[in-house]
Design a protein around this ligand. Sequence first.
Ligand code: TXA
Ligand code: MG
Length: 323
Amino acid sequence: MSIISNCTEAAIKEAASTLIRGDLVAFPTETVYGLGADATNKDAIARIYKVKGRPEGHPLIVHISSLSNLDKWARDIPEYAVNLARAFWPGPMTLILARKELAKNSITGSQDNVGLRVPSHPIAQALLKEFEYRGGLGVAAPSANRFGAVSPTTARAVEIELADFLSENDQILDGGPCSIGVESTIINCTQNKPTILRPGAVTKEMIEVTLRIFIDIDISSTTSEKVKASGLLESHYSPYAKVFLTGSPTFGDGFIALDSFTTPVGAVRVASPKNNEEYAQVLYEAFRLADIKGLRRVFVIPPTGDGIALAINDRLSKSAFEK
Ligand code: TXA
Ligand code: MG
């Protein structure tokens, strides 16, 4: 496995041919790093599951360079989905749509729908464009972490997570820290009205303003039988340290809160974001830092409000679930 820290045009070409060959490329997106494979290559997809240690049957998001490639993968696309795509792509949003033939069971978890995303990160965009130029149709990419662990927001975090499982010909593209820091908003577009399955940086308010309708957030695992999303499992996004959303840290415990909160005596501060956007950006690295420091417990003061705070609180409540 090689780590490419200078993503020149030549490096992007090399990465695209790595994907075409059926090997894996971890790459940055504006949300988190993804572990990419040719979405039409069954063997490459099988390797993603192996490298992540992810149980089979959990669907993968297919990444494409632009909206114009959407109808290769999806059929019966509702008008509201096109409006969302026009408003928020390229960007931190994944649409679940009725699938076409091209989306095989190996990426859809044998469901009749497929998740699609157009990321905006310049390296992701360049890679997807080059891959498509060479005849590729889409790159399947889950977050580049071991199953159940925290998503990586730096190339170093990808390396720590996956180096032991990647092969010689696989690559990690280093694009620096991700600007958003939490995974994309997932929107179910298979019904007559959209619902949010996983909150993210494209917020409920933004969607409502765009579509001029009220929409629901449906993140409960029991009501989402039709649409299986592993990020919806209750225990997910967990560091080794046990995460507490209530109570106070004692000596040697980790502490995460907005900058305006002072660190309790004896606690080890692992993040002090200035606002909720920065909170999202640094949260997963803060969890990793807590693990690197060998902390057993991390106490978190969750952010308040709507917008990106909903996404942060969604991930926090999943990471805090009793293990
Ligand atoms: O920001 C993101 O979305 C990142 C970057 C790399 O794009 N990707 C990501 O992928 O978070 P992953 O696999 O770690 O999480 C995607 C979630 C999973 O919970 C998966 O089950 C769900 O999306 N998902 C994917 N395709 C789906 C489908 N067809 N139906 C329902 N859920 C789906
Ligand atoms: Mg993930």
